[in-house]
Design a protein around this ligand. Structure first.
Ligand code: SAM
Length: 230
């Protein structure tokens, strides 16, 4: 048996994907493919590289984290992302989840590539995420914006899908309601600032919002005008 320490990143990534499949977290072919391709180790700080394929959140500085891979997988599956879609992510962090979404909406072979817009409130993380996306070639498929994501990004609205990767006090921050397309899906953790939260998928149908609880989660808070106070 090959020791986990000696395995290269590709082998470790393959093993992580297999374990997420066995646990029933990864089920959709396209999401399995995206998680098998995107190099998570290129989005974490150098000192955390060796832990990149452990199913755990990791510190990325400024008190923030890159989510655990099972959470990335679960959220991508819930969003039902498909080629050609326009996605808005609130909470860029490392840029990894944005790259995963880009792999789903704008795969290499696509004749109708979609695009991912992602917003981060910490300037230092914006810089780091841009570096990771450039290193991995996703910079052409992902636009990183510095600002308060609770306001959305009206300039490019409406979006097919919206992904919020920080815990919100309300099911949908008001500006995001208008920026989601009819038939679109938002995936968002909702709850308290102190990690007692649930993940929801909410579908916009004829102007109404139909929500479904997925599971209990622990996310850092969404700080902003329509989020928590800092
Ligand atoms: N999606 C990220 C990744 O792939 O690494 C992980 C996100 S981390 C769990 C949550 C991020 O949301 C943090 O980087 C935090 O600074 C950011 N955040 C919190 N409130 C925000 C807001 N109002 N607008 C934009 N970003 C926000």
């Amino acid at each position: 048996m090959v020791s986990i320490v000696k395995m290269n990143f590709e082998e470790k990534r393959k093993q992580l994907v297999e374990s997420l499949k066995e646990r029933g977290i990864l089920t959709k072919e396209e999401v399995i493919k995206a998680m098998s391709i995107v190099p998570r180790h290129k989005f974490v700080p150098k000192e955390a590289e060796s832990s990149a394929y452990i199913d755990s959140p990791l510190s990325i500085g400024l008190g923030q984290t890159i989510s655990a891979p099972h959470m990335n997988a679960m959220m991508c599956e819930c969003l039902e992302l498909s080629e050609g879609e326009k996605v808005l992510e609130i909470g860029t962090g490392s840029g990894y989840h944005a790259a995963l979404c880009a792999e789903l909406v704008a795969p290499e072979s696509s004749e109708n590539p979609g695009h991912v817009f992602t917003i981060e409130r910490h300037e230092g993380l914006v810089k780091r995420a841009k570096e990771g996306l450039k290193k991995t070639g996703y910079d052409k498929k992902v636009t990183v914006i510095h600002g308060d994501g609770t306001l959305g990004f009206p300039k490019e609205a409406p979006y097919d899908k919206i992904l919020v990767t920080a815990a919100s006090p309300t099911k949908i921050p008001t500006p995001l309601k208008d920026q989601l397309k009819e038939g679109g899906i938002i995936c968002i953790p909702v709850g308290s600032k102190s990690f007692s939260q649930n993940l929801y998928t909410i579908k916009k149908l004829k102007g109404n919002f139909d929500s479904k609880k997925i599971t209990g989660v622990r996310f850092v808070p969404l700080i902003g005008e329509y989020g928590f106070e800092s």
